[in-house]
Write a protein that binds this ligand. Structure first.
Ligand code: NCD
Ligand code: ZN
Length: 353
């Protein structure tokens, strides 16, 4: 029997792009309505590479929360990340662990995705930082794709596991790792079966869509993100692990806003803006396989458990209600087209209980 409403512990988003400046002000309220905390990606331009920069960015995020939301009881805590570079010193890791602002370090292989040009060219350059992270327990969040243009774009995650992740974990067996936004059966199987401290985040788009969605009746730039959507068999493997009850898999939207014209372009940006309907989309995916009873742990328990943070104590509600997702939202210089825009969803987020 399907419930008409769902009340769950307030969730957190363990992978999020908030941008900066006016765009930050435009997108933050969508996330702060649904999520109490978020792991905030550091791929600004220039990237957030120091604790000092992370603290300043966290203050800008806090200042961008609309006072009206604060009055209504919405709190939002940004959990900051440092952008790993070939030059990140061990000292920066120590500073991160000594403070309470930075909760993870992000590995972007150089050239893998949006604003990754300052990313790591070779993990051999990062030994000192990784040793400190391993010793001090600071998690490494990984964008797991190789960047070799000779490797087929649909294979880059699977090749990354063999060529980079397994050797990295061999060198640093105690390093705590989050394999971000996994998209393939290979990644799901690897994380499910691996020894040691490893987890993965899964986005709503990779649970709901396969790569046909990018080409449905024409080229659909708002379905383009990185890692790119994969075949249906991979989508099904992701749904299986997300709804399995394994604490190694938890919610991370990878909501990544880009103004409409930068996506509807001859060289469109990668990223799906899912924040306005994030929880509704996850509810759709879990409901489709009869696993709504597992949504709360995936959304609200396993993430804080992995990051060694307390679970939230407030609750939020979703109502069973047909609705059409908005065509677009205003943002500086234009508009943002949300993921699933124009589609009908069966759930509506109704706020804090
Ligand atoms: C992200 C962005 O736009 O910052 N884009 C995306 O497609 N996911 C970068 C990233 O996380 O890869
Ligand atoms: Zn991302």
């Amino acid at each position: 029997m399907n419930p008409v409403e769902l009340t769950i512990t307030r969730p957190d988003d363990w992978h999020l792009h908030l941008r900066d400046g006016d765009m930050l002000h435009a997108v933050l309220p969508f996330t702060a309505r649904q999520f109490a905390r978020a792991i905030v990606m550091p791929n600004l331009q220039p990237p957030v590479t120091t604790v000092q920069q992370a603290q300043a960015y966290a203050a800008r995020i806090a200042a961008a929360l609309p006072p009206a939301m604060v009055e209504q009881g919405y709190s939002f805590q940004p959990l900051m990340t440092l952008y790993l570079t070939d030059q990140t010193p061990a000292d920066e890791i120590h500073r991160a662990v000594d403070g309470d602002v930075v909760h993870a370090v992000k590995l972007y292989p150089a050239g893998a995705t949006t604003h990754s040009d300052r990313g790591v060219t070779n993990l051999a350059h990062c030994t000192a930082a990784l040793e400190s992270m391993q010793r001090l327990g600071l998690p490494l969040c990984i964008h797991g794709e190789v960047t070799d243009s000779n490797v087929d774009v649909f294979d880059r995650e699977a090749v990354f596991i063999d060529q980079v992740l397994i050797p990295l974990r061999h060198r640093f067996p105690e390093l705590r790792i989050v394999f971000e936004h996994i998209t393939t059966r290979h990644a799901a199987d690897y994380v499910r079966d691996a020894d040691g401290s490893i987890a993965a985040t899964i986005t709503p788009q990779h649970l709901l869509y396969n790569r046909n969605s990018i080409f449905r009746g024409g080229l659909r730039p708002h379905m383009y993100c990185l890692p790119v959507l994969k075949r249906e068999e991979h989508r099904q493997a992701l749904v299986a692990v997300a709804t399995s009850g394994s604490p190694r898999f938890f919610l991370g939207t990878d909501s990544a806003p880009h103004e409409r014209t930068t996506k509807e372009s001859s060289c469109g940006c990668a990223g799906c803006f899912s924040a306005p309907v994030a929880l509704e989309l996850y509810a759709e995916a879990f409901e489709a396989v009869g696993a709504l009873d597992r949504l709360e742990a995936f959304s609200s328990f396993y993430g804080p458990d992995f990051y060694r943070l307390p679970r939230n104590t407030s609750t939020v509600r979703l109502q069973k209600a047909e609705r059409e997702v908005e065509a677009a939202f205003p943002c500086p210089g234009g508009s943002l087209v949300p993921l699933a825009s124009g589609e009908r969803l069966g759930w509506r987020f109704s706020g804090l209980v």
